[in-house]
Structures are given as C-alpha cells and as structure tokens.
Ligand binder design. Structure first.
Ligand SMILES: *[C@@H]1O[C@H](CO)[C@@H](O)[C@H](O)[C@H]1NC(C)=O
Length: 284
C-alpha cells in the first residue's frame, strides 16, 4: 500500500502545481505575451516559461502584453544582456496609445564589461514626461534573474526591484498634476540599440562583434484590472489601496540615498523657473 501511495502522491502534487500555476497565469508567456517585432529575434521558449529578445546590427526585437490594463501590479523577471552591453537599451514599460498618452517607464542602459548598468525611470501623464530618475542597482543584473515590478493604483505608482521600492510617483491631482488613471495601458519590452546616447553619453559605441545581444524574461505576472470593451474588470485586487508602509518607505529612502544617480526633482539648473509641482509637494 505504502509503495503505491508514493508515486500517485507525486502525480497528484505535480498536477496540483500545474493547476495552480495555470490559474494564476504564472509562467505562461504564450498566454500573456505577444512578440511583436524583430523578425524572429524574440522567442518564447521552454513551453512558455522563458522569453528571449535579441539585438543585432540589423534589428532589435520587442514584445507586448496581450491585455490592456487600467491599474495593476505587474511583475516580470529580467536577466539583462551580459558582458559588453554598451549602446544597448532594454526597455520595460507600461504605455497607453495616442498623443496624450500615459507611460510608466523602466529602461536599462547597458555599459562596457564590468561597468554598471543604469536603470532609468520616467512617468508620463497625458503626454507630459520629463520626470526622470536614474539608479544604479545593488547587484549585477546580468548574472541572474531579478524581479522588476510596477504597482499602479489610483493613489500612486511604485517602482520596485526585488520587492524593494525604489521610486514612488504619487497622485497629485489635487495640486494640478495629471496622474495616469483614465487610459488603459499595455506592458511593453524591447531590446534595441541607442549607441548615440545610451552609454556614457554616447561616447561608447556598440561593439557589434559581440552581437547578437540577448536579454531573458520569465515569470510575467499581471495581477491587474483587464480592460476590454470600454470597461475594466478586476479580480481581488488587494493592491488597489496599497501604499508604502513605514518599513518599505525606509527601504526606498535607503535606495534613493545610496543608488540614485539622477533626480529631476533636484535638478535646479534644468528648472530655473522652479521645480515641477509634484517635487515640492509634501511627502505624505
Ligand atoms: C557606465 O559606466 C560609467 C563608468 O563607471 C558610468 O559613468 C556610467 O554612468 C555607466 N552607465 C552608462 C549607461 O553609461
């Protein structure tokens, strides 16, 4: 009896695990993502568990989520182009369509071997961006997969890396700053070449002898309100009222103190007439 129970128990566990991961839509990139450009340079592999984008001298490649969302908590694990990635840019962002679009951006700017990547962030609301903050990472983003998340709810947008918040853009409509809350957005990612500006201000060019350059993706998870036919439907959405608690706020401050390398909110030269309103609003 005991001899029989063991293998069937294993089968039951395997079946359950598959059902659970299918129910949460985890690890099924075929179901959630379309590779949209790059002529075969973007590939979904391992039964939908892994996706790679690549870039060579002819073209880069890109993907987008099948669904549009109006608010959500989006996680994706990325492993960036290793070695000499100078000139390459890996983007990962949410964006709506049209001239007054909203956008929530993370871009990873490559570098020469041994020099750090820059994580560039920005928020566009109703077509207006110019809200750049840039960071170094506290690990090598090419050595392994790390989780990059965007929490977008009506109160704020929180960017996180491995669950550590690095940036918050709060809803400041009360003082006249537009906030992305009306236009549904899709998730996009791309790997492309921007050697004219990406690395050390464009001084370091892409070394095409190292092409193709490849970035890898897995564990896409959109716990989000899906937009279809003019309305959004959410399941659960425990994140809808989520805010930074005191502990995560402290961790964000730690990141900003130690790893932030550019902040538009402290760039007085750029804004001689005064900083953007959201920069001088109270923190809470
Ligand atoms: C690349 O490395 C240099 C030298 O460490 C650094 O100044 C620069 O900010 C890094 N990142 C980019 C994208 O150029």
């Amino acid at each position: 009896m005991a001899k029989l129970a063991t293998p069937s128990l294993i089968i039951v566990i395997v079946v359950l695990a598959c059902m659970i991961s299918a129910a949460f839509g985890v690890a099924d990139l075929y179901r959630n993502i379309d590779v949209t450009w790059g002529d075969g340079r973007g590939k979904i592999l391992n039964n939908g568990q892994l996706l790679t984008l690549s870039l060579d001298k002819t073209s880069g490649s890109g993907l987008q989520s099948k669904s549009q969302y109006l608010f959500g908590k989006i996680d994706m694990q990325l492993k960036l182009v290793p070695g000499n990635s100078a000139g390459t840019v890996t983007t990962y962002y949410l964006s709506s369509q049209g001239p007054t679009h909203d956008e929530i951006d993370m871009e990873f700017l490559g570098n020469v071997t041994g020099q750090p990547y820059t994580l560039h962030t920005n928020v566009f609301s109703q077509g207006k961006g110019g809200r750049e903050q840039q960071f170094r990472l506290w690990f090598d983003p090419t050595a392994d997969f790390h989780t990059y998340s965007i929490l977008w709810n009506p109160q704020s947008i929180i960017f996180s890396v491995d669950r550590t918040p690095i940036r918050e853009f709060k809803n400041r409509e009360s003082i006249g700053v537009a906030f992305p809350n009306k236009q549904p957005m899709r998730v996009y990612s791309s790997l492309w070449d921007a050697e004219d500006w990406a690395t050390q201000g464009g001084r370091v060019k892409t070394d095409w002898s190292k092409a193709p350059f490849t970035a890898a993706y897995r564990n896409y998870n959109a716990d989000a309100c899906v937009w279809a036919r003019g309305k959004s439907s959410c399941r659960g959405a425990t994140w809808m009222n989520q805010q930074l608690d005191a502990t995560s706020y402290k961790r964000m401050q730690w990141v900003q103190k130690n790893y932030m390398i550019y902040n538009y909110c402290t760039d007085f030269q750029r804004f001689p007439q005064g900083l953007p309103k959201e920069c001088t609003a109270s923190k809470f």
